[in-house]
Design a protein around this ligand. Structure first.
Ligand code: G
Ligand code: G
Ligand code: MN
Ligand code: NA
Length: 245
């Protein structure tokens, strides 16, 4: 059986699972939210990272079903926890542009009882940019529900900044490729500083990804970054709450 057919049944057979990685306040390192990251527990191949199956899911259209599973599972995990932090769910453009996406989100929230303010959706720059009228409508509806939208992998795509003005974006996640060079590559330092200035200027949250060292963390505090994510604070873990930050 090829991987695509295996993935199709994996969704209904309960072979997908979520791991959660903490997002913290840099000073104090309190967990403010968690990003849900999907894995496939393949019966023969073991735990498979998303890079090995998300491209197949995208090409085959299975991403819509997979994404719906992830959304429901992540929202349920957050609702089952007493922790007031948010859960952040990655949403693929193909999932997002389907009419009815916001209605699906509304249903999942209602079923679980999770307040909309505890759900964050991570969209990519490409979907913000294309801003097809259908996608724009969905984003506006999500915003009206009280769900927050952040732009993932910020700075690696086209970064046409106009969508930050036009769409109800509450934050940007600075891609970990910039974090990796902090303190070593002055260009990275300047870029992260500029993104902080941009975020603060627009009144939106800036979350820096991929923080692995205390030195990076100190540098980020020094330039006014408030929120971050990375192995330094906690790795993705199958338990919702037990990551130590
Ligand atoms: O840690 P990690 O290998 O999980 O993530 C690799 C990539 O897979 C990241 O770009 C992340 O955004 C993406 N990803 C992880 N989980 C999901 C998911 O549930 N849906 C989508 N669309 N992307 C995901
Ligand atoms: O694209 P997205 O940001 O959604 O992907 C999150 C990915 O980043 C996941 O694959 C996750 O495992 C990975 N990740 C999270 N923290 C770190 C880190 O500190 N360093 C590195 N190299 N990867 C990280
Ligand atoms: Mn993400
Ligand atoms: Na990212």
């Amino acid at each position: 059986l090829d991987l695509e057919s295996q993935l199709r049944t994996a969704i209904s057979d309960g072979e997908l699972e979520l791991h959660f990685q903490p997002i913290v306040g840099l000073t104090g390192r309190r967990v403010i939210g968690r990003e849900a990251l999907v894995r496939w527990r393949h019966p023969q191949k073991g735990l498979m990272p998303p890079i090995t199956f998300l491209p197949i899911a995208e090409e085959s259209g299975l991403i819509v079903e997979l994404g719906a599973w992830v959304l429901r599972a992540a929202v349920r995990a957050a609702a089952a926890s007493l922790d007031p932090g948010y859960v952040a769910v990655n949403v693929s453009p193909n999932q997002m542009i389907r009419p009815g996406f916001s209605a699906q989100v509304e249903t999942v929230l209602a079923e679980s009882g999770l307040p909309a303010g505890q759900l964050v959706l991570e969209l990519t720059e490409s979907v913000m940019l294309s801003a097809a009228p259908a996608a724009r409508l969905e984003i506006d509806r999500l915003h009206r529900l009280g769900v927050r939208i952040v732009v993932d992998d910020f700075g690696t795509g086209f970064s046409a900044l106009s969508y930050l003005r036009d769409l109800p974006v509450s934050g940007i996640k600075v891609d970990r490729s910039f974090t990796a060079g902090l303190g070593d590559d002055p260009q990275c330092d300047r870029i992260v500083e500029a993104l902080i200035g941009l975020g603060h200027g627009l009144g939106i949250d800036v979350i820096v990804e991929g923080v692995e060292t205390e030195r990076q963390s100190d540098l980020l505090v020094g330039i006014g970054v408030q929120h971050a994510q990375g192995y330094l604070f906690g790795k993705p873990s199958p338990q919702y709450e037990l990551q130590n930050a």
